[in-house]
Every structure is written in structure tokens, then in C-alpha cells.
Design a protein around this ligand. Structure first.
Ligand SMILES: C[S@@+](CC[C@H](N)C(=O)[O-])C[C@H]1O[C@@H](n2cnc3c(N)ncnc32)[C@H](O)[C@@H]1O
Length: 409
């Protein structure tokens, strides 16, 4: 058979079996924020005719939905809360290694991945007879090589370009093997610009989850008084900047899937519109540390968006009330004060009353504003002495944190 004939038929099969029919996608979330991410997905795909609304459901650490590849492009390119999006390839039972290799080799891998692509296989396994992750990885690699070997001879390297590594995800649960391919590439908290960080930075995706939980969408002012490298402030600003969808300035692994339709993707990016019209806004970022202020300013320079409505100043949260905050009480419920205070053994020894003092300061000077605070423990949240309307428990840098949001009385 001539290679060109095979390439044409391969393209047709990709269009029919992958691009032309709904696929299952798994969206990884920060634990505790599954509903927040599901809400963002619903908003972004509200007008999509291929998104299967009823398919959307949450489970621990993720959200699953069915839609076409274009829906997955949109979530990668626009959503600010998810960590990564993968597409399901196959699901089957396997309890022995020869069976696993045989079933893997039967999968039409050429529809999902260039036979020359570089990549990795990530395995998890629980409650299964095949439990040794290294051994599973070895067999999956062997099965894939058996299948893709012949395609390497048919498809020249240049026919399906590949510079982005691809990741195959293998999950065994109660002897059921689920295989997926990662569509995002670098995790989605990488927004496409070189961000400088301070100690204990927050992932941009987690900052967005907290902003969503706190209801940033209908706020007009953000005060970020312990801003560190400025993740909350930058996320808040970028979330209202349509020319800066994460996808406008970064690449994704799906861009190198076989027969990726670049013109259609570019067209989608150019025609993206915010789900709801953006409100006007202002952001005030502060930190007592001059180095943190330098870092925020470097990040703003790196973003190269001089028109962003932000004021950055060095100030101690306990000593000053920013003059830019609205004196008008009516506007105050449109102001969100968001904080990720320092924590750790040293802080709790040097400043044991930190969270109590934060609560006192908020009640004294910021009546009527909304707040969202990340607390290392539920006791710290209680120490604030504030009622909260919403809460989430998640992990930040491997440590559990409790986020509480509400109105300052
Ligand atoms: C955990 S870091 C914040 C990290 C930030 N969310 C980020 O993504 O980079 C806490 C910050 O609070 C600042 N800070 C601590 N006490 C402060 C105070 N009294 N007033 C203002 N900033 C303070 C520290 O300098 C530090 O930058």
C-alpha cells in the first residue's frame, strides 16, 4: 500500500472517529473546587451545540463532561480554574499483564498520537490486581509500541509534527483500566508568561478558584493587602481582559494531535467573547515587604498590559487603610478583600494571634465589604470572628487549607 493512501485514510478516520463525534473529557480540579470548576465549564460552553449538558458531573478532584474537541479547546484556552483536561481513549478490565498488553495493542493509537511523538506514561492503580505502577507502565509502553511501530514506517516524521511532549494517563481502579491522553500539556496554571514568584506562591488556577468562590464576577474592586507576588490581583485583572485568554499566549498538547485543525482553532480564539459583559474594576495590591512589591511590578511589566487598572503599594495591612477604597457604603459590597496570609510554625510562634488580628482589622475598617481568606486550619478561620457564607477545603503546596468567604459586618 502506498503511504499517501494510508495518510488520506488515516485523516478520514481521525475526522470520523475523533473529531466528528462527542468525546469524554476529564477536567482535573483543585480538590474541594469541583463545583466551582463545573460552574465555569457550564458558563464557557453555554452556547456550544456539541457540549452534552447532562453529561457534566463532578467527582473528587475533577469534573467529567462530553463534548467535541472544540469544547475541550475552549476549556483549555479560556477557563481559569481547571488544572488540566484529558480525553478518554479506552476503558477495559485487565487482571493480567499479557491481557493488558494485548488490549493496549488493539487500541487505534494512530488516531490519538503521532507515532513519532515523544512523551510519557503516568500510572495510578488502586484496589486492582495489577498494582505495580512501574510494571504497568512498561506493559502499556510495550503494547503502544507494538501498535505504533508499523505506523512509524508509514507516516513520515514531517507529516505529523511533534515538538510538544504527549502524556498518556493510565488509571486502574478495581481492575478497570481507564486510558486517557492529556490535552493540556503544561499544567493550566501556566498562563503563558514568565511569572516571578515570592515564597509560597499560589497557583494561578487556585487563585481563580478562590476568586470565583468569593463572587469576584460581580465585584468592582479588589483589595489584595498581603499580595506576595500578586497572584490574586493578576488573576482578577486577567479574568476581565478578553485579549488575554490563557490560550492566546500559550500552546497546548492537543495542538499536535493528528490532523489538528489549526485554522478552526485560530478562528475560535479570535471570536471568543466573555460569557457575561465585564464590569468596570480597580485592583489595589499591597504588601509590607518591598521585595514582594518589586515582584508584582516585574510581573506587571512581563504582562505588558500598561492599561491594567491596578495600584501597587508597600504598606502594612495593620497600619494603614488604603485611601482608594470607597467611602461610599453602597459600593462596599462590590469590594472584595482577598488574603492568603503567611503561615507556618514560625509565623504561629511569632504572631499567634494573626487571624484574630486580621478579623479585628477587617471589622474596624472594612464594614460592608466582602472577604475571602485562606486559613491554615479551621481554628484559624474561627479566630477571624467573622461569619462565612461559603467555604472550601483544599490543598496548597501540599498543605490543607480552609478558605472562607463572606460579608464583613
Ligand atoms: C503567603 S504570602 C502570599 C502569597 C501570594 N498569595 C502569592 O501568590 O504570591 C503572604 C504575604 O503576606 C505578606 N504580609 C505578611 N504580613 C503582612 C502585613 N502585616 N501587611 C502586609 N503584608 C503582609 C508577606 O510579606 C507575604 O508576601
Amino acid at each position: 500500500m502506498r503511504p499517501t493512501v494510508d495518510l488520506n485514510s488515516l485523516e478520514r478516520r481521525v475526522r470520523q472517529k475523533i473529531q466528528g463525534v462527542p468525546q469524554w473529557f476529564w477536567v482535573v480540579t483543585h480538590p474541594g473546587f469541583e463545583k466551582t470548576v463545573a460552574g465555569e465549564i457550564k458558563k464557557i460552553l453555554a452556547n456550544s451545540t456539541s457540549f452534552v449538558q447532562d453529561s457534566l458531573h463532578t467527582s473528587f478532584g475533577g469534573v467529567e463532561f462530553q463534548g467535541r474537541l472544540e469544547d475541550m479547546w475552549r476549556i483549555n484556552a479560556v477557563a481559569r480554574t481547571p488544572s488540566r483536561v484529558s480525553m478518554r481513549i479506552a476503558q477495559f478490565k485487565a487482571t493480567q499483564f499479557p491481557e493488558l498488553i494485548r488490549k493496549i495493542a488493539e487500541i487505534p493509537w494512530e488516531l490519538y498520537i503521532s507515532p513519532h511523538a515523544q512523551g510519557q506514561i503516568q500510572v495510578t492503580s488502586r484496589l486492582s490486581r495489577l498494582i505495580h505502577t512501574d510494571a504497568i507502565e512498561e506493559r502499556v509502553a510495550a503494547g503502544m509500541a507494538m501498535h505504533l511501530g508499523s505506523w512509524q514506517a508509514i507516516i513520515p516524521q514531517e507529516a505529523l509534527p511533534h515538538t510538544l511532549p504527549q502524556t498518556i494517563l493510565v488509571r486502574f481502579e478495581s481492575d478497570i483500566c481507564t486510558l486517557s491522553i492529556d490535552s493540556s500539556g503544561e499544567l493550566l496554571f501556566k498562563r503563558g508568561y514568565d511569572k516571578f514568584t515570592e515564597e509560597a506562591p499560589l497557583r494561578d488556577t487556585l487563585a481563580s478558584c478562590v476568586l470565583q468562590l468569593a463572587g469576584w464576577d460581580d465585584c468592582e474592586q479588589l483589595f489584595d493587602p498581603m499580595c506576595g507576588s500578586g497572584t490574586f490581583s493578576l488573576e482578577a485583572l486577567l479574568s476581565r481582559k478578553p485579549s488575554r485568554w490563557p490560550g492566546s499566549i500559550r500552546r497546548f498538547a492537543f495542538e499536535e494531535w493528528p490532523y489538528f485543525r489549526l485554522p478552526a482553532y485560530r478562528h475560535m480564539l479570535q471570536n471568543l467573547k466573555p460569557a457575561v459583559p465585564f464590569l468596570p474594576m480597580a485592583v489595589i495590591a499591597g504588601d509590607k515587604d518591598s521585595k514582594a512589591i518589586e515582584t508584582v511590578n516585574r510581573n506587571l511589566l512581563e504582562l505588558n498590559l500598561p492599561e491594567l487598572p491596578i495600584k501597587v503599594s508597600q504598606q502594612d495591612f495593620f497600619k494603614a487603610v488604603p485611601s482608594e477604597l470607597p467611602a461610599d457604603f453602597k459600593l462596599r459590597n462590590r469590594t472584595l478583600i482577598i488574603m492568603n496570609p503567611p503561615y507556618g510554625i514560625r509565623i504561629s510562634q511569632e504572631f499567634p494571634q494573626l487571624f484574630q488580628s486580621i478579623g479585628d482589622q477587617l471589622r474596624k475598617h472594612y464594614t460592608g465589604c466582602r472577604y475571602a481568606i485562606m486559613c491554615p486550619t479551621p481554628q484559624d478561620a474561627q479566630s477571624l470572628g467573622l461569619k462565612w457564607a461559603r467555604q472550601a477545603i483544599t490543598k496548597n503546596g501540599g498543605l490543607e487549607v480552609m478558605i472562607v468567604c463572606g460579608m464583613i459586618p
